[in-house]
Design a binder for this molecule. Sequence first.
Ligand SMILES: Cc1ncc(C[n+]2csc(CCOP(=O)(O)OP(=O)(O)O)c2C)c(N)n1
Ligand SMILES: CC(=O)[C@@H](O)[C@H](O)COP(=O)(O)O
Ligand SMILES: [Mg+2]
Length: 632
Amino acid sequence: MPHATQPASPRASLLDRIASPADLRKLEASELPVLADELRNFLIDSVSRTGGHLSSNLGTVELTIALHYVFNTPEDRIVWDVGHQTYAHKVLTGRREAMAGLRQYQGISGFPRRCESDYDTFGTAHSSTSISAALGMAEAARLRGEDRRAIAVIGDGAMSAGMAFEALNNAGDIHDTNLLVILNDNEMSISPPVGALNKHLSRLLSGRIYNGARKIGKRFLENLPPPVFELARRTEEHVKGMVMPGTMFEEFGFNYIGPIDGHDLESLLPTLQNLRTLKGPQFLHVITRKGQGYKLAEADPILYHGVSKFDHTAGIATGKDSKGGGKLTYTQIFGDWLCDMAAIDKRLVAITPAMREGSGMVRFAHEYPDRYYDVGIAEQHALTFGAGLACEGFKPVVAIYSTFLQRAYDQFIHDVALQNLPVMMAIDRAGLVGADGATHHGAFDLSYLACIPNLTIFCPADENECRQMLYTAYMHDGPTAVRYPRGSGLGVTPMADMSLMPIGKGEIRRQGKRTALLAFGSMLGNALKAGDEIDATVANMRFVKPIDRELILQLAAGHELLVTLEENATIGGAGSEVTRVLHEAGLPVRVLQIGLPDRFIDHGDHAQLFTEIGLDVPGILKRIEEAYQPNS
Ligand SMILES: Cc1ncc(C[n+]2csc(CCOP(=O)(O)OP(=O)(O)O)c2C)c(N)n1
Ligand SMILES: CC(=O)[C@@H](O)[C@H](O)COP(=O)(O)O
Ligand SMILES: [Mg+2]
């Protein structure tokens, strides 16, 4: 079954013949394993040049080929969950050349996007949306009397989210909806899978022998006329009930088939061909391997889940930090602080919704396994679970990416903040994240958090401030959020000692004239540089809530123009808080709000994106200069 391990061949002959799935369908089925080799080699080479989500893509090469070969795409709709496994799909749907610009500035996205191709039926990147979206498409076809299929391809990690179950619950109840759910089970999330669902899937895997026998039976059953088929199917369920409990997917009303080997085209093709003819909700369980065909990724699928550019013959040097360029990252500062804090306070418990590596919790998980909770892709549950722990006197720290916190908004308001519970959120990836792009930028957290009562919001401007703020937030008796960006900061080495910071107090970092720059968090560095250029006052505001009203009024009294700087949407963010304070005080000072514009920002290098939207130093200076123009 395993095929390629070598770098890309420059003359990938079958691949050369494919500009679209229509070309793919002209190949003989017997040629497809060779195509899979070529495609896999191409992906290894291509991702080594651009960076990207390697392991998941290598695991879905055969499945992608089989789906486009059997189904009439794009008429039949494939919805890829998360969409981090769509590189083979991109190549087969006319974007082979464009892969050179994958995740690069102005290049194609690392995820499916409707604006990129007709074959990208639904934009994804936040997980567990595929079944809902595909169900909507299947229902649209049914309502219009159109004969086409909708297929959701969802991973075992993504399957653990509540939203996937909400969709199953709905879909299994609509008997004549032509929905096919394909569970791509590689027994991995980003990290090893967790939870009872995972155990259920493992039990299904261990029932292979039974299922193998069942598959043969199914081929026979499918050739029977419908009434006899139905009777036989019920008999089969009865027999199965005696052998092993029904799969939970059958209990949800799906016809469950599998598990089958997702790298074996000889199994995949006939199974999909059969499924294509079946009506009603179908569920196919395929087993794949993350990193399949690239030995280094097979051996360490976590390291190769998401990679920067690398030398594919040597692989990624383990331990190389691709996010901070060799400097200490905010994520590492959080991870170290968490362990230090846990050592001095036994009440500390830490929660991650499936982001152990990305959130810097590997060491904590190892050193404090009893106080570590990976709850799966379940942001909503993570917050309310933390609230429950806090009710009983524990001190939960929920580490969460800004973009994924969007999922848990009501849980934070209703379960944490309203009850004033001391749940601390360590919000990583706040601001622009770079190559993942619009779906992953932490663009909105200040806007959606600033309006919530009881919450204290910390914006560290450098690494040491981050450590001290994490400590201060943890010690605070109420809900707190510390937001910090992806990667490294100004390079200020954190002090080992931890001390409380005065809550709601900013500081003046540079005294100048005429213009005052009010920097929030990650914008301090550029504010100081811009301040030097024009001899402006620079304040490190530190808090968005409570905001330092006294400092704002003081700056307003001594300057002609206040400029707020934040790596968050300008609308509703920190700058809006500043203008609100000034408005309430009745001060007619001019304010220029600089932050993320009112549009979704694409992927690309962080510095390029900053230049594009004018958050770099020249951009800031230009906006200030314009503000002083007579008619501005
Ligand atoms: C709502 C949400 N939370 C977290 C993530 C981060 N994330 C991306 S892929 C992934 C693991 C997905 O596992 P699985 O669905 O099994 O796919 P695999 O990576 O194994 O191919 C996670 C947690 C996300 N994309 N969306
Ligand atoms: C697809 C997904 O959601 C994650 O894999 C994400 O790309 C990780 O981002 P970081 O690289 O910033 O951890
Ligand atoms: Mg998986």
